[in-house]
Ligand binder design. Structure first.
Ligand code: ZN
Length: 498
């Protein structure tokens, strides 16, 4: 059975191994290649532009001549003309015809000289000749990249809607997938190997060896170590994932391997009627439940989450305070940098947190054999009931919620799970067993329906909301469809009437 695949780019930092001198040599070589790739890409781009523009210009000139010719032919039809006048016009037409013929011949000759430039092998040889330092495994991909970019832009350039664009200095060094192997057996140019617990990337053409940084996160204490990168590499090594055309990218003083993997889509043995609901809350970062009304779990802890947030907050306060006392110069610069670094660290931490949450959500969906994941549509209107704390802040921050939603969607695709957004109206005020309105008291929820089996029993408010989200069938795509939004609009128009 043919499985569909999805493409995933994994950004892996790599560090050259060996002594200081060897490392410097690798850096020098890579920087040189990077510079050449940048220049070659731009030169090829200009070249393609020149060839196309030349042809385009010829066509335009020819069109002008054609129009002049048609004008004369129309004139000739005028019955009032005498023989002398007709003769003159006929002569003019003959001249234009001759001009067009000559132009065609001339262009054909010129095109023969450099028309090859459109041809792939010409572009390949051109780069090989001008920039012999660029490894052969990069050139064909580079040619493809430039040609595709040019084709994309030419349509607009031709109409004068835009000018031809440049490649930036940070252009990655491409690597042909045919040259990447998952063992060092065979004759490939790049290898991924495992040496002990370390993953190693070998680049034969530079005789360079790199350590692949798989990254351990400090917050592992709370959410478990991020094993994503290691798992991906393991799967590449045992042929579960296929490697596609990838690249090396230099960013300031770091080297990254942008490894492109083709991942087979999992055939989930899901049941069409089973869905799970995700409640992103204030008491727990996330709560997930199955629409069978039985299975439910809370993810993460508010205390742990807030403790780390608080540490970041205090650190930032300290830095800002000392920054305010520093007048200027080097000291100020240093502190601004430290502040920026802290901001990045916090962003990274939230990102990793979201990655772990989304992974656990998918895992739960698979365990339940669900075919659908349901989340509330959070469009930032009104009060989303239990989603905000007393000060109106989201626990994760509004932006993080969007990030988390996107991560869930991305990971769900791999397992052919559908992600749907539902109307958040009353999800935390309704009893999930009978569907009647109840009331919340702190972390608890109580049903007031005498005929319900949960009547006046203490329920976990977050679990109840997650069950409601799992069971909901009011699917919405945009905030205008949501009940809260409609109610707010009604209120507004009533006020205006008064
Ligand atoms: Zn009830």
């Amino acid at each position: 059975m043919q499985l569909n695949t999805i493409t995933l780019t994994v950004k892996l930092q790599i560090r050259p191994l060996g002594d200081k001198e060897a490392q410097n040599e690798v850096w020098r070589n890579l920087r040189n290649i990077n510079r050449d790739v940048f220049k070659a890409a731009n030169l090829l781009m200009s070249h393609l532009h020149f060839v196309e523009a030349f042809e385009h210009q010829f066509m335009q000139t020819d069109r002008i001549l054609e129009k002049e010719m048609l004008d004369r032919e129309n004139k000739k039809k005028n019955k009032k003309l005498n023989a002398q006048q007709i003769e003159t016009i006929a002569q003019e037409i003959a001249e234009i015809k001759q001009k067009r013929k000559e132009l065609k011949i001339e262009v054909a000759e010129k095109v023969k000289i450099f028309y090859n430039g459109k041809n792939e092998s010409f572009a390949y040889n051109f780069i090989r000749h001008e920039y012999p330092q660029i490894p052969s495994y990069s050139v064909s991909i580079l040619v493809k990249t430039v040609q595709n970019k040019f084709k994309e832009e030419w349509k607009e350039v031709k109409k004068g809607e835009k000018s031809i664009s440049n490649f930036k200095k940070t252009i990655p060094i491409p690597i042909d997938d045919k040259q990447i192997a998952n063992t060092d057996k065979g004759k490939k140019l790049c290898y991924i190997k495992k040496e002990g617990e370390k993953f190693v990337w070998e680049l034969n053409s530079l005789e360079a060896k790199f350590e692949i940084v798989t990254g351990k996160y400090k917050q592992s204490k709370y959410m478990g170590e991020d094993k994503n990168k290691r798992t991906t590499l393991e799967r590449v090594m045992n042929f579960e994932y296929k490697v596609a055309d990838s690249s090396l990218k230099i960013e300031e003083n770091k080297i990254f391997l942008l490894l492109v993997c083709k991942i087979p889509q999992q055939q989930a043995t899901s049941l069409p009627n089973v869905s799970i609901g995700v409640d992103l809350g204030i008491r727990t970062p996330a709560c997930i439940a199955c629409n069978d009304g039985l299975r439910v779990i809370s993810l993460g802890s508010k205390q742990d989450f807030l403790a780390i947030r608080q540490r970041f907050y205090e650190h930032r306060k300290r830095l800002q305070k000392s920054l305010a006392m520093t007048k200027g110069g080097k000291g100020r610069e240093k502190k601004l940098k430290a502040l920026e670094k802290l901001r990045k660290a916090e962003r990274n931490w939230v990102r990793t947190y979201n990655h772990t949450l989304s992974k656990k959500i998918i895992h739960f969906a698979i365990q339940c054999r669900a075919s659908r994941i349901q989340i509330e549509l959070l469009e930032g209107f009104g009060r989303n009931e239990n989603k905000v704390d007393e000060k109106g802040n989201y626990l994760l921050g509004k932006w993080s919620y969007y990030e988390l939603q996107n991560m869930i969607k991305q990971k769900a695709e791999q397992y052919k799970l559908v992600v749907t957004t539902i109307d958040p109206y009353h999800t935390s005020k309704t009893c999930h067993v009978c569907g009647e309105l109840g009331y919340r008291k702190g972390a608890d929820f109580f049903c007031q329906n005498e005929r319900c089996k949960e009547y006046q029993k203490r329920q976990n408010a977050d679990h109840n909301a997650a069950f409601n989200i799992a069971k909901s069938t009011t699917f919405v795509a945009k905030k205008e469809d949501c009940t809260y939004f409609k109610l707010e609009q009604e209120k507004k128009s009533k006020k205006e009437e008064e």
